[in-house]
Design a binder for this molecule. Structure first.
Ligand code: GSH
Length: 223
């Protein structure tokens, strides 16, 4: 089945994503925590829908997620988080420094936490030569260790402020499947405490409870 790219109205947030995708979970989690109404459009990666011309017209890279809103199309999870924070002010950061620090974390996330996603992908979806795993696993563990060390200074949130930002949502969102890659969160106690703090926020849900397998309209809860 192909992807539904029908116009949902300029003001409606439309998110294209996929059930097992950590990149999709990041904006889904943002929207769920924010309580914003949106339309979810499923892109079935298993069936190769991401490479069909209909979807490539939305996202030339053939990946999920993608967001459409007010005539704009924004692709890649971190620009989407940045856009949502700018457009709504929610989870944007309370000060100019926090806002920049949050974006700095997202840039680092794309460099380093992506290794956690790779190890999970190679464990769950595509077997690779053990040498490949031997290369990526220490990088993934180092990324988790870096987050753990940062959070060990007593801060509640990655950008250092009083409230969660897109840095927390973005970093957690891509590391969420770490157990599927054989990485144990209990090895990173400060990270585990931070994850529990995030999980206590209203609207939080884990990916398999949050991302639908079919197109879905989310009413939002008006947070
Ligand atoms: N840097 C991108 C990564 C996007 C990405 O690679 N998404 C994966 C799913 S998590 C995908 O769409 N893969 C397409 C494929 O496997 O063909 C982002 O953060 O959005």
């Amino acid at each position: 089945m192909t992807v539904n790219t029908a116009d949902a109205g300029a003001d409606r947030l439309v998110l294209f994503g996929s059930f097992t995708s950590s990149s999709s979970y990041k904006p889904m989690l943002y929207l769920s925590l924010s309580g914003l109404p949106f339309s979810f459009r499923t892109v079935n990666l298993k069936n190769g829908v991401q490479r069909e011309p209909t979807y490539l017209a939305v996202n030339r890279y053939g990946t999920v997620p993608a967001l459409r809103h007010q005539g704009l199309t924004i692709v890649h999870s971190n620009p989407i988080l940045d856009y949502l924070a700018r457009a709504t002010g929610i989870f944007a950061g309370a000060t100019e420094q926090e806002r920049w620090t949050a974006r700095e974390w997202l840039s680092w996330e794309a460099d380093q936490i992506t290794n956690v996603a790779k190890v999970r992908h190679y464990s769950r979806f595509r077997a690779v030569d053990p040498a490949v795993m031997a290369y990526f696993r220490p990088l993934a563990e180092a990324a988790l260790g870096f987050v753990n060390d940062t959070l060990s200074d007593g801060r509640d949130w990655l950008a250092g402020g009083e409230t969660a930002t897109i840095a927390d949502i973005g970093c957690w969102g891509r590391m969420v499947f770490m157990a599927e890659g054989g990485m144990d969160i209990t090895r990173y106690p400060a990270l585990a405490t931070w994850a529990a703090r995030l999980a206590a926020l209203p609207g939080f849900a884990l990916p398999y409870d949050l991302i639908p397998k079919k197109d879905t309209e989310f009413a939002g809860h008006g947070a």
